[in-house]
Structures are given as structure tokens and as C-alpha cells.
Design a protein. Sequence first.
Length: 272
Amino acid sequence: MYPYEIGGVITLYGILVGLGVLACFIVFWVLSKRDKVDPKYVDFISIDGIIAGGTGFGFAALFQSVYDYISHPELGFRYTGLTFQGGLIGGAAVFLLLAYLFRKKFKGKLTDVVSTVPLGILLGHSIGRVGCFMAGCCYGRTTDSWIGVRFIDPETGERMAEKVIPTNLIEAVFLFAAFVVLLIIYLKKRHPYNLPLYMILYGIFRFVIEYFRGDERGSFVPGMSPSQFWSLLMVIAAIPLIFVLKKAWAKRRAELLENGNELSPGGEPAKK
């Protein structure tokens, strides 16, 4: 059971996760309109995002089940919860696959939205982590500090005896701060680098915050939690991605300028 249930069916956790998903799309739609992205391509990316998000939840459950099975094979392979990074990896793979398969059907290109999608994910993830705080999951180690929180145990419905570090709320604050900073930078100068910046910032933060987590994380690579392993790969992969996007961005700018679009990548007026 989850704390803060409404009518025994709807939970505050579920409501906040839903609001996070909605916020993600709203950020994408608003910025796409500002950047004058082809409306048909925006619709396609929205549908792509819905499909990727749905399959992402499946991957989130699959990854966590694998981690827990590796830790406790005697309990069998079963659903044990969700892990954000597993959902992010699986959802991103589906998203990119569909974007590639339908790349020739629209005037818009992935480079037109590559910096707005991560902004939506940051805000949506931040709201979702507040949901985790309300549900009492993804909590930290026990502490006597003033920041400690006594969560409600999802299994018993009673408040826990010991205070724990509210890593879920700390992560929510970090994600929102990262969203604000990257949004301000993007609004000042449209650029294609929010994705690798997101990967580096969140990868480093998640690697560090894992040391303060107190819930069962599962096993994957000796010496690291599963999330630390994927965080390290995120940071490493972000470096070559910067150069890939720089090249793709230059090509896209040239295409838009050649076609005399009203706005070119970089926010500069297009010239014929």
C-alpha cells in the first residue's frame, strides 16, 4: 500500500507522477512553438514520447527485477519495483528507434528538439521525485540529523521508527535547479547541448547520491550500485555526444538557412 491514498485507489504518488509526465510534454510543446519547429514533427515526437514513456515503465520494472534477481535468485524472478535509469535507457532506445525509422517523413529533424526534450525530462522527473517523497520510497540512510524524515512504511502504513535522509526530496530539488539553469541558458542561446549536459549533471549527481541511499538497490556490478554503473556510462557517453551534436547542428543550420526559414538553430534570423 502507498501512503496518502485517495479513496483507496488513487495515490498522491500516482498523481504526482502523472503531473510530471504532463509537465514534461508542456515544456516540450511550449519550447517547440517558440523555436518554430514543424508542427507535424512536434506531433510525431509527442506520440513517439508517449510510446517511449509507456515502454520505459516496462523497462524500469524489468531492470529492477533483474537487479533483485541477481541479489536474491532464491526468491525467483518477480516484479520488485521501478528504477528510473532502467526506464530512461529503455525508453530512450525506443524513442530513438522510432525517430530514426520515420526520419524521412517530416520536415523537422531530431536536432530541432534534442535540447528541449531533456528539459522536459528534468522537470517531469523532479515532480516525480516529490511523488517518491510522498510515497516514502527511494529514501536514504538512517540519520540523526535535522534533515531526517520518518516516512510511512508502504507495507504497514505506520510511520518508521528511525529517521532517514530524504534523498528523494534532495534529488527533486537538484533536478528542478538543473532544469532552471539549463532552461535559462537555452533561452539565451538556442543550442544542441542540453542532452549531454543533462547526462553529465544527472550522471554525476546520481553517482554521488547513491552513497546516501538506504533502500535495497539490487546488484549488477561489484563495488557499485546499478544506478552508479549507469551513471558512469552516462557521463562517459556524453563527451563524444557533444562532438556528434556539434556536427549535426552545423549541418541542420545550413539546411535551414538554405531553405530561408524564419529561425535557424542558434536563434539567428535566417538569410536567403
